[in-house]
Design a protein around this ligand. Structure first.
Ligand code: UD1
Length: 416
């Protein structure tokens, strides 16, 4: 596994190509299980989460091929995975549940355990599948769902992204009409619905809190380019807000990043939406308040990168994390670099403009790892971000190359 050596860097200048969205591609890959025909996914990001899901889809009987910048999936024959290891490795694996159940009328996965950023239960996924007519049984650390699915009205207790995606996929091949109320509205859900529609699914309302799916008998193959990664784009915008400079985030979409862009503007960073992507100019100069919320609120995945920005910004910035119960672990690591942060339950208060000095720190989760690399860009001397578990590679493809290309002093070094 890699570590990252980061040194204080000049203002970042140049262009960063934004990759295909991890959080869009993972559900779309699971959606490929809904047909026996070829599904071609263009430009999948080079991430370990994608590799892990490829391995899991393979274990489900799906043929996985890579062909010049595309991933081709063919789930002609389909089965439940025998080896549960890949399911355990990655929370998003739960998204095979809907497709397996709706096609095979039986699905089994091990129950995901708690993870670094919270408990992350799957009760809303199961409640929805049960409303669609599945019998749910727990045994030997796993959950088995059986039954032919019929359309139903499902009310989600909270707008879970994963549950909304799983239920949309399950309902595409259910008999009759399904309505999901209090659905999540993230752009990745809109992309998944558009992808499924290109396979012949009948879905309306994706991107609003009520999604309606009319079941069809079968879906066919398709070719799809998923959306650009708004979290990668947001992270790079935060890097610019820390060092100053001028970055073009090629392919980034302003309409998917409104909440972040408003916050950066409030902080004094200039943003320009151009046909090639987003231009970001200058560093953050004023403190800000952030409350993470479901889309279109401020994304929890950008809370840690924005905390790195707050460490260097004069004044007191305040963070309220409402989505995950344990997502401030980066605060203690940032403090090792000299940041002044007080955390009380779900609130973190950052006294900015601290003098940061490099130190060895630990990437406690994916976005925390990215935040530490960003903080290293403005810390005197060398910051060594230790990532023994490989969190950063799960969600950022060659982050060190992308930052180096615009003047960031970031190197990937072998773990000792
Ligand atoms: C997705 C994203 C992740 C992002 C998160 C919130 C992917 C692959 N991952 O994760 O990057 O941080 O959305 O925007 O797209 N919950 C329940 N019961 C459930 C489901 C969720 O209580 O059945 C809770 C979770 O514990 C959490 C909250 O709801 O507190 C949000 O979870 P959810 O929206 O489901 O996130 P994911 O789909 O796992």
């Amino acid at each position: 596994m890699a570590h990252y050596a980061v040194r204080e860097s000049p203002p970042l200048r140049g262009e960063i190509p934004i990759g295909t969205s991890k959080n869009a591609v993972l559900p779309i890959m699971c959606g490929a299980l809904l047909t026996g025909e070829d599904v071609r996914i263009e430009n999948p990001p080079d991430l370990t989460d994608v590799a892990t899901l490829c391995s899991l889809l393979g274990a489900c009987g799906c043929r996985v091929r890579r062909e010049s910048g595309a991933l081709i999936l063919r789930a002609q024959s389909l089965n439940n995975p025998q080896d549960e290891e890949d399911v355990r490795k990655m929370r998003a694996s739960v998204l095979v549940l809907g497709p397996l159940l709706t096609r095979l009328h039986e699905a089994r996965i091990p129950l995901p355990g708690g993870c670094a950023i919270g408990q992350r239960p799957i009760d809303q996924h199961l409640k929805g599948m049960s409303a669609l007519g599945a019998k749910v049984a727990f045994d030997h650390g796993g959950v088995t769902l059986t039954g032919r699915l019929r359309g139903a009205v499902i009310y989600l207790d909270m707008p879970s992204v994963g549950a909304t995606e799983n239920l949309i996929m399950a309902a595409t091949l259910a008999e009759g009409t399904t309505r999901i109320e209090n659905a999540a509205k993230e752009p990745e859900i809109v992309d998944l619905a558009a992808f499924l529609s290109s396979m012949g699914a009948k879905i309306s309302g994706a991107g609003t809190s009520t999604v309606t799916i009319e079941g069809v008998e079968r879906l066919h193959g398709t070719s799809w380019q998923p959306i650009a990664d708004r979290v990668e784009a947001g992270t790079m915008a935060c890097a610019c807000a820390i060092t100053g400079g001028e970055l073009l985030l090629r392919g980034a979409r302003a309409d998917h990043l409104r909440s972040l862009l408003f916050k950066l503007s409030e902080a004094g960073v200039h943003i320009q939406d151009t046909p090639s992507g987003l231009m970001v100019f200058g560093r953050a100069r004023q403190p800000f308040e952030i409350r993470t919320m479901v889309y279109p609120g401020f994304p929890t995945d950008l809370q840690a990168p924005m905390m790195a920005v707050a460490c260097k910004t004069p004044g007191t910035s305040v963070f309220l994390e409402t989505i995950f119960e344990n997502r401030f672990m980066h605060a203690a690591e940032l403090a090792r670099l000299g940041a002044h942060i007080r955390v009380e339950n779900r609130v973190a208060v950052v006294e900015g403009a601290a003098r940061l000095t490099g130190a060895p720190v630990t990437a406690t989760d994916l976005r925390a790892g990215a935040a530490l690399i960003l903080a290293g860009l403005c810390a005197e001397g060398e910051t060594l971000v230790c990532d023994d578990v490989g969190h950063i590679d799960r969600g950022y493809s060659r982050i060190e190359e992308k930052l180096s290309a615009v003047g960031g002093d970031v190197r990937r070094v072998a773990a000792s």
